[in-house]
Design a protein around this ligand. Structure first.
Ligand SMILES: O=C(CO)[C@@H](O)[C@H](O)COP(=O)(O)O
Length: 254
């Protein structure tokens, strides 16, 4: 397969995305989110026909080798379209997310230590920090156990995140998957999920962390997502689905 049938504009966008995704892979070891080759970043390439593509790293290649040319290009069924090496083993999961969440433009997976420790216990990280309310809009949820290789992980991610404002899900016994409007936003969510998982873990060593009232969670989330920064901060930017139950709604239902 090749991308020859695509327009020059789309092929140029693929080249630009290769550079973005390669550079963002270097952020994973820089922020201490991965060991060896254990994590991956992808970004969607929108194609006018609707047959979008994704750019992701090849499987099992060390981070210092991940140049733009080393990236591979797949369709949203996970088929390799361009590249000489096997795509990341999590490609099917990334592809499923793009296929079922059109608003998502970037996906990241790591096995970062503290977030994965919560995933191993299948315990959501409770929203006890303003930083969590800002970025995640509530607890960081747990997704189901799923084996690698087919779309089970992708289904678990989508089912879990559709019920939440969080751009991060901790897949049970596995680790965090994060989403964003682009790969940079998803990398930011991966950095934040590890940070808050670590802080809440440490806090629990000291005693029981105090929850934040639901209306304060809503207020913090709204400010951070819509007002914070210079207007282009890489918040997740994902608009929650209408079915999402806000923290205030949940509080009122009690
Ligand atoms: O969980 C797994 C494999 O068990 C993966 O997340 C790897 O840790 C990274 O795989 P590649 O992206 O290098 O295929």
């Amino acid at each position: 397969m090749s991308l020859d049938h695509l327009s020059a504009e789309v092929r140029a966008e693929v080249e630009r995305t290769r550079a973005v995704v390669a550079a963002l892979h270097a952020e994973l070891p820089r922020w201490g989110l991965v060991v060896w080759t254990a994590g991956n970043v992808s970004q969607r390439v929108r194609v006018p026909s609707g047959d979008d593509l994704l750019v992701i790293k090849p499987s099992g290649v060390t981070y210092d080798e991940l140049t733009p040319e080393a990236m591979v290009v797949c369709d949203l069924e996970g088929n390799l379209l361009e590249g000489t090496r096997a795509p990341s083993s999590d490609t099917a999961a990334h592809a499923y997310v793009y296929a079922h969440m059109p608003e998502v433009g970037g996906v990241v997976h790591t096995h970062s230590t503290y977030a994965t420790a919560w995933a191993a216990r299948a315990e959501p990280v409770p929203c006890v920090l303003t930083m969590m309310a800002d970025e995640f809009g509530g607890d960081i949820p747990i997704g189901p156990f799923a084996l690698i290789g087919d779309d089970s992980i992708g289904r678990g991610i989508v089912e879990t995140l559709r019920e939440s404002r969080s751009p991060a899900v901790l897949m049970r016994n596995h680790g965090p998957f994060t989403i964003g409007t682009d790969a940079k936003a998803a990398v930011k969510a991966a950095v934040m999920v590890e940070e808050v998982a670590r802080t809440v873990h440490i806090s629990r060593q000291l005693g029981e962390p105090l929850p934040i009232e639901a209306h304060h969670v809503d207020s913090l989330y709204d400010r951070y997502q819509n007002v914070y920064g210079q207007g282009s901060a890489p918040t997740s930017g994902i608009t929650p689905a209408p079915t999402t139950t806000s923290a205030t709604d949940k509080e009122q239902q009690r």
